[in-house]
Design a protein around this ligand. Structure first.
Ligand SMILES: NC(=O)CC[C@H](N)C(=O)O
Length: 314
């Protein structure tokens, strides 16, 4: 007698199939989301309806689809770290030397981890690395927030993308941890600009908005070879996908690689973008978070989607 111990789904990319997978994924995500909590670190985001849920998929073949609140603008928060890195690499292709590319064990806001490495961040997706990216962008372009907002607006094809001043002010008023990280960076001589200027641009950059559909579209340069060179050189696209897989979800990156198998990035606004090079992108938005600061429902939806659609890099 033969026993089948595991059956992998064939990879789907037909729009009708993808829509069915997206619908099943959002149902699964919705039932998981109640286990999380909306971020308390940014008081303005407490007003967001925790039951919001949007999911969008795009493919390199040109399919675009969305279910639920896929067109609603939400706070991108750390999803902007991906786009800020792209904006920086466009003007400074070897900026990796300043931010590193190692995984993190201690979460996105660890001062201890930064101290242990003499003020050199682990990667551009933890806050210390993102502060360096913002600082260098500010140095090169004169405005990190405008440069990043413009890039997201362009890649998403969405003129509604903007930095929400109320969210930015709310984080600035409540934050201690990013201040601490920025001062540790400054003490080690790693910032080019004044600490307060860097922080102001960082909060405003995190407060940039986007929809699940816009973010799924904006991630297409990571999967579509035809866009390489137009957005970013292919070598840096490859490096970004590698670091998204190993560090895009902070301390949970290994777990997500195991469960989902896609390079991914999250933000405390509840957004998660996952990408399959050569095939497509999927973005889920659901505000309640787990302890790592990743969207519980968003991750559950993407896990379900990857399972049924066969989307995985492995
Ligand atoms: N993971 C996140 O989305 C963190 C972003 C948030 N603005 C912070 O700096 O804490």
């Amino acid at each position: 007698m033969t026993r089948r111990v595991g059956v992998l789904s064939p990879r789907s990319s037909h729009p009708d199939q993808l829509l069915a997978h997206a619908r099943a994924a959002i149902d699964h995500g919705r039932s998981a989301a109640h286990a999380g909590e909306v971020t308390s670190k940014i008081p303005a985001l407490a007003a967001v309806d925790p039951a919001s849920f949007g999911l969008s998929v795009t493919t390199v073949d040109g399919a675009e689809l969305g279910v639920g609140d896929c067109a609603v603008q939400f706070s991108l928060q750390s999803l902007t770290k991906l786009f800020a890195l792209v904006a920086l690499l466009r003007v400074e292709p070897e900026a990796w030397a300043h931010v590193g590319w190692a995984p993190t064990e201690l979460g996105y806001g660890s001062v201890a981890e930064l101290e242990r490495s003499a003020g050199r961040p682990r990667n551009p997706f933890v806050n210390a690395g993102a502060l360096i990216v913002t600082d260098r962008l500010l140095h090169h372009t004169g405005s990190a927030v405008e440069t990043v907002a413009e890039l997201v607006r362009d890649l998403a094809g969405d003129p509604a993308v903007e930095s929400d001043a109320a969210v930015s002010a709310s984080e600035a008023g409540a934050d201690h941890r990013n201040r601490a990280l920025a001062h540790v960076l400054a003490e080690h001589g790693r910032l080019l600009n004044d600490v307060d200027d860097v922080l102001a641009h960082y909060y405003a950059q995190c407060a940039i908005t986007g929809s699940a559909l816009g973010v799924a579209r904006a991630g297409r340069f990571l999967v579509d070879r035809r866009l390489h060179g137009r957005v970013l050189d292919s070598n840096n696209v490859r490096r970004i996908n590698a670091v998204l897989l190993t560090a895009g979800m902070y301390g949970a990156a290994g777990d997500i690689a195991y469960r989902v198998g896609l390079p991914a990035k999250s933000g405390v606004g509840g957004g998660v973008l996952a990408v399959l090079p050569g095939v497509g992108t999927v973005c889920a938005w659901s505000p309640p978070l787990d302890r790592e600061g990743n969207s519980v429902g968003g991750v559950a939806a993407i896990e379900q989607f990857s399972r049924t659609s066969g989307w995985s890099v492995f």
